[in-house]
Design a protein around this ligand. Structure first.
Ligand code: S3P
Length: 424
């Protein structure tokens, strides 16, 4: 158990958040396919993105990392001798499954004990429909997956779960398939892959609830830069909203409409937050944010809204403990299949801290405001749960401890340093 002893008066200062994790993964993958290679400026260098780099090195790619820049050199993908270990990264495993379905060689995708429990059938099913041969435990439900890729046929597929990882896997396979692949979604999920493919000149049709891609076009490559990760910035934003007299500026954060559900909810809760300097870079919106301590009121989240804030629900739950009224999070059963069962983890931890919280099959009901008290809480080896608990500790009365901080390096290695910079 690690004691969380940081006690502070207020949050004050400016921060450039780490680069977006989803966009960095996709840039590495697109770089691996690019004829001229790809220079990725201001990338995220973290546990998850290094898993993607490691897999592509095993696939024969030469990748150089200098500071926060990644260079993916041109050259073909080759049959890997070793197992492709995606460690903790669901995005790496699912997107690789899509790409490797179309490569004329054999490969094996594996991960750590958490990733081995996460559902893979959702990608195996559509990729098999396209003609890929994929085997895995329990009829392809779980890692390790073994794949023999080859010629694929386009499909027209409606996603049964709102998942950008599944959509991206099918689109990557569709890049190599015969004909036009269509992915339909009932609720729009993050669209970074589509945007980057379009930026690099791919024939891709973007409709409100469907993406269509024609395969067999070459990607030239060149250069791209990655904006800040709103899901990482959200931890510091939450601290500023919750702690009296705080004021925080966040520079250069990705403001893609499919990712800003958290900001919209904060505004609905009454947060004093301004969006500044909205502009476009490399086909992604980027903005600066100013946020101040705010009195909050309860909020509701439904299934339609979940994809745009799926990774920020732990923070919404924490904010709800300090908001006046009853907050209801529903339609969020996907949280049970993340790096841990996040609904249950939040329920256990927040309840221990004295919050009035009820666990539902698909969400949480939280009545606020309650004064949180220090407790022995668990990370469940999940980076977002660990960081949420560290922010919770800032407003809790009494001693707080967390089993492990190691998992934070998955998405935000500089978290501690950034927090110390703005804590006064
Ligand atoms: C991600 C999509 C989301 C998100 C994950 C990253 C991506 O997962 O939770 O952290 O990069 O595509 P799902 O697509 O499974 O909802």
């Amino acid at each position: 158990m690690k004691k969380l002893s940081l006690k502070i008066n207020r949050i004050e200062g400016e921060i450039i958040p780490p680069a977006d994790k989803s966009i960095t993964h996709r840039a590495i993958i697109i770089g691996a396919l690019a004829k001229k290679g790809l220079r990725i400026n201001r990338a995220l260098i973290s546990g998850d993105t290094l898993s993607t780099v490691d897999c592509f090195r095993k696939l024969g790619k030469e990748i150089t990392i200098k500071g926060n820049d990644i260079y993916v050199a041109p050259g073909p993908l080759k049959e890997p001798i070793e197992i492709l270990n995606c460690q903790n990264s669901g995005t790496t495993a699912r997107l690789l499954a899509g790409l490797l379905s179309a490569q004329p060689f054999y490969s094996v995708i594996d991960g750590d004990s958490s990733l081995r429990q996460r559902p893979m059938k959702r990608v195996v099913e559509p990729l098999s429909m396209m003609g890929a041969r994929i085997f895995g435990r329990q009829e392809g439900s779980f890692l390790p997956l073994s794949l023999k890729g080859g010629e694929l046929q386009a499909i027209d597929y409606e996603l049964p779960v709102a998942s950008a990882q599944v959509k991206s896997a099918i689109l990557l396979a569709g890049l190599f398939a015969e004909g036009q692949t269509t992915v339909r979604e009932k609720i729009k999920s993050r669209d970074h892959l589509e945007r980057m493919l379009k930026y690099f000149g791919q024939e891709i049709i973007l409709e409100e609830k469907a993406v269509k891609i024609c395969g067999k076009n070459e990607i030239e490559g060149g250069e791209v830069a990655v904006p800040g990760d709103i899901s990482s910035a959200a931890f510091l934003i939450t601290a500023a909203v919750l702690i009296p007299r705080s004021r925080l500026i966040v520079w250069q954060v990705n403001f893609n409409p499919t990712r800003i559900g958290f900001i919209k909810k904060l505004l609905q809760m009454g947060a004093r937050l301004s969006v500044l300097n909205l502009k476009e870079e490399y086909n992604e919106e980027v903005a600066d944010l100013e946020v101040k301590f705010s009195e909050l009121k309860a909020v509701e989240i439904n299934a339609e809204e979940v994809p745009a804030l799926v990774d920020e629900i732990p923070l919404i739950a924490l904010l709800a403990t300090q908001a006046i009224g009853i907050s209801r999070i529903s339609g969020a059963e996907e949280l049970r299949y993340k790096e841990c069962d996040r609904l249950h983890a939040l329920y256990l931890n927040l309840q221990k801290m004295g919050a009035r919280v009820e666990e539902q099959d698909d969400g949480l009901i939280i009545e606020g405001p309650t004064k949180l008290k220090g407790a022995e809480v668990q990370s469940f080896n999940d980076h977002r749960i660990a960081m949420t608990m560290i922010i919770a500790a800032l407003i809790a009365e009494g001693e707080m401890s967390l089993d492990s901080l190691d998992c934070i390096q998955i998405s935000y290695p500089e978290f501690r340093q950034h927090l110390l910079t703005i804590c006064h």
